[in-house]
Design a protein around this ligand. Structure first.
Ligand SMILES: Nc1ncnc2c1ncn2[C@@H]1O[C@H](COP(=O)(O)OP(=O)(O)O)[C@@H](O)[C@H]1O
Ligand SMILES: [Mg+2]
Length: 195
């Protein structure tokens, strides 16, 4: 992957110095990501709207332990905290969904409520499981735009890895009303595609 793509222009000197020491980390539909020194990453966005959405989410989630800290906002890029660990979907191929992990996922969704997200959902591939068993979200999207009242994608991902039941049992122990609602919603979705 070449570093010389057109959206990496006019970087301020301090960012340019860091970027020169950076290495390619990965990319998705919306951006290209490089690892910088001091546990930071830089994500360049292809689309200004996505940059705006992601920046505003990360500014609003500053106090949540589930989101990477934001260090610097550029015109079409964000410098933020590097998240170590393994993607949840890959992690679950080799590991069980432990009680600790259920607790992390449950508390994360509870945090979504506190952050007043209208979309209280995300995909397993955007969650990283860290060495100490805690989780962090790398790529938040549309959390104040779409309306999703239960963690549909998350539970669908857990279902594919055959651990939805373990998660729902944990939810049942915490909050029976929530368990009944989530179970009803995800079963309707999986059986009849009712969102
Ligand atoms: N904060 C981060 N820490 C570690 N790796 C990251 C981080 N952000 C992104 N990445 C890596 O870069 C890839 C692309 O980033 P992502 O934010 O998912 O882009 P997109 O919005 O285009 O999907 C991710 O799949 C991941 O491998
Ligand atoms: Mg992504």
């Amino acid at each position: 992957m070449s570093k010389n793509f057109d959206y990496c222009v006019n970087l301020p000197e301090k960012i340019e110095i860091l970027f020169k020491q950076g290495e390619y980390l990965g990319e998705g539909h919306n951006g290209v990501v490089f690892l910088l020194p001091d546990n930071m990453i830089i994500k360049f966005f292809r689309n200004k709207k996505v940059w705006k959405d992601e920046s505003s989410i990360l500014l609003k989630t500053k106090r949540s332990r589930f989101f990477p800290k934001i260090y610097y906002l550029g015109e079409n890029y964000i410098v933020r905290e590097y998240v170590e660990g393994i993607r949840l979907d890959k992690y679950l191929k080799k590991n069980e969904l432990s009680e600790k992990l259920c607790k992390e996922l449950y508390e994360m969704v509870e945090d979504f409520k506190k952050l007043k997200f209208t979309r209280q959902d995300l995909r397993c591939k955007d969650i990283f499981v860290q060495l100490d068993g805690s989780i962090k979200i790398i790529d938040p999207k549309n959390n104040y735009k779409k309306v999703v009242k239960y963690p549909r994608h998350l539970m669908k991902g857990l279902y594919k890895k055959e651990c939805l039941e373990v998660f729902l049992n944990y939810v049942c122990e915490q909050d029976f009303k929530k368990y009944t609602y989530w179970k009803y919603k995800i079963e309707s979705y999986l059986k009849y595609q009712v969102k």
